[in-house]
Every structure is written in C-alpha cells, then in structure tokens.
Write a protein that binds this ligand. Structure first.
Ligand SMILES: [Zn+2]
Ligand SMILES: [Zn+2]
Length: 313
C-alpha cells in the first residue's frame, strides 16, 4: 500500500517521498535537498513529516513551499517542539505583497510530548498563528485508510520517528446458504468490538455473533516506519522497539560507518551496526538504511550497508 522512495541522492540530504495506493495525494518525510523531488510531487503533497530541524532535514522546505503556492491546499506539517515558530520564521523572511488569499495554508502540528501536540494555522499574507489548539491524541495524522503515530527519540534535541499504519481490514466470506444483508455489518461491528453474544438475525433465524465469526477474517494493515537521527542509546532503542516491532518496512538512519562510531556518539547519531541490531530486535521485515554522511564515497556506503546487513543477519 505504501510506496516510499528516497528522492535524495547519496550526495544530497535526506528526503523520502511516500505514495499510497489509490491516493491522489502523497506525503513527504524530511525536507533535505533532493533534486529528484519534482514540482508535481510537491504540489500533490498533503502532509510533510519532519523529524527535527537540523539544516540537512529542513533546508528544502522553501522549495516545497515555492511549488505549493497556488495549489489552494491546506498542507499539514508535523514536527518537533519549535516547528511552528521555525516554519513561520522561514515563511516570513519573504515578501508576500502579491500573494492571493487562499493560495496555500499550513496547519502545523508541533509534538510536545507523547500523546499531545499543539496545532496552529498559518495563512497568507500575514502568516499569523491562528486557531492555536492543544490536541491530546496518539494519532498525529489520519487519512481514510491509514494513520500516523510517532515517538520522540533523543538526538540531543527531539527527533520524531513516525509510524504509518494502514487500517486492518475485515474480509467476509459467506458460508453456503447465507445471503448478504444488513446483518453482515452488525456482525462485523460485534467482531471488531470482541462481542461474542450479540443476537444476529439472518433470514428469520437468530444466531449468536460468535457462531458466525468463522465467516470473517482480519487482514493486518501494512506498516511503514521512518526513523531519523537518534543516539544509539538504550532509551532510544526501547522507544523504537515499543513502536516499530514487527513492522513491514522501516527507513532508518545510518549516518556513520562502524569505524566512525566515536563521531556517532559525539553527534548523538546511530551507526551501521547499531541500526542493524535494532532493526533485527524489532524483527522488521524490510529495513532500509538511509541518510549517510556526505563525506562518504560510494565505496564507503557499500561497506556501511554491509555492516548494517551483517548486524541484522
Ligand atoms: Zn540531526
Ligand atoms: Zn541528519
């Protein structure tokens, strides 16, 4: 369902574009420089997810903004503490005397702590903070068929890691002799709520819901994780385990090779073996190491990826 794509080259900063089956909109994680991110990709983006605002994750925001003007969308930006001010300051550094009302607006969701974010609306031409609200919710973004939750990791600043999860689906296969009808909906509700003894009437016969559950089966929704800069600490790994265990796909920062472990510790980053190990502990089906230091050659990156793979095998 989720079709993520790293649109930044290895010598650029990180930017991941997520397309979703049967969605006309797409989603961007991280605003690093990325020449492969097209004008259309930006125009079709409904929400932007930012882990933290170090320049390599935020420098390309202006380009995205540039392409979104005139789309008349309300784009959601989710990010760490301080993101409302930071986006507002970036936007206000330009002159907006000719912009049309409604050309674009941003609803910014600033993660304060687990289960709580502040939301504010910015609109041209003044870009004031409007409709500022506190929201208590584990879910930071929701669409028709998926939602996004997050966890705050430590990178000497908050670094938000995001989990995209498609909703579970209930599949119905009617036994012979049963015809569809309103009762199916009632049965699905009972199944979802774990109620065994709801009376279900089917063509003059009354059944207990649990006796009909065999006609239903649950398909687990696909999951996609985006874990950016974080120290390879026990506390961060516990937080990653809690949210990303058994994930289908996870893009995880792997900024340093093992040889540069000291730099990783100094800069509160992870490194190849640690990112590989935590991917293994989480039992992630398809972990993808991303976001390598720009000082590395192609050969260094091949070594880094093999260190990552060794640690998770
Ligand atoms: Zn960083
Ligand atoms: Zn970074």
């Amino acid at each position: 369902m989720f079709k993520p794509q790293v649109v930044s080259a290895d010598d650029e900063d990180i930017c991941i574009l997520i397309k979703v089956d049967n969605h006309s909109n797409n989603y961007i994680c991280e605003c690093g420089e990325a020449k492969r991110l097209s004008v259309k990709d930006c125009q079709n983006t409904k929400a932007i997810f930012i882990s933290h605002t170090h320049i390599d994750h935020f420098a390309n925001f202006d380009t995205i903004l540039r392409h979104q003007i005139g789309t008349q969308k309300n784009v959601i930006i989710v990010g760490p503490m301080g993101i409302i001010d930071q986006v507002q300051n970036r936007i206000k550094s330009y002159c907006w005397n000719l912009i049309e009302e409604g050309a674009i607006s941003y609803e910014i969701r600033e993660i304060q702590e687990a289960g709580n974010y502040t939301s504010a609306l910015l609109r041209p031409p003044l870009w004031l903070k409007e409709q500022v609200k506190e929201i208590n919710s584990e879910v930071v973004f929701v669409e028709n068929d998926f939602d996004v939750k997050c966890v705050i990791l430590d990178h000497k600043t908050d670094s938000i890691a995001y989990l995209f999860k498609a909703f579970d689906r209930i599949k119905v296969e009617l036994n012979e002799g049963f015809q569809g009808g309103k009762w199916v909906k009632k049965l699905i509700t009972a199944y979802e709520e774990g109620l065994n003894d709801v009376l279900i009437e089917v063509e003059g016969m009354t059944y207990l819901s649990k006796d009909l559950f065999s006609m239903l089966s649950k398909t687990k929704g696909e999951t996609l994780g985006i874990i950016m800069d974080h120290a390879a600490s026990e506390a961060n790994h516990d937080a990653i385990l809690a949210l990303f265990s058994e994930c289908d796909q996870v893009y995880i920062e792997c900024f340093y090779k093992d040889e540069d472990k000291d730099l990783a510790i100094k800069n509160h980053h992870s490194f190849a073996t640690k990112s590989g190990e935590i991917s293994k502990r989480c039992n992630i089906k398809c972990p993808v190491p991303v976001h390598f230091s720009r000082k590395y050659s192609d050969e260094d990156i091949v070594q880094l990826i093999s260190q990552f793979n060794r640690a998770r095998s």
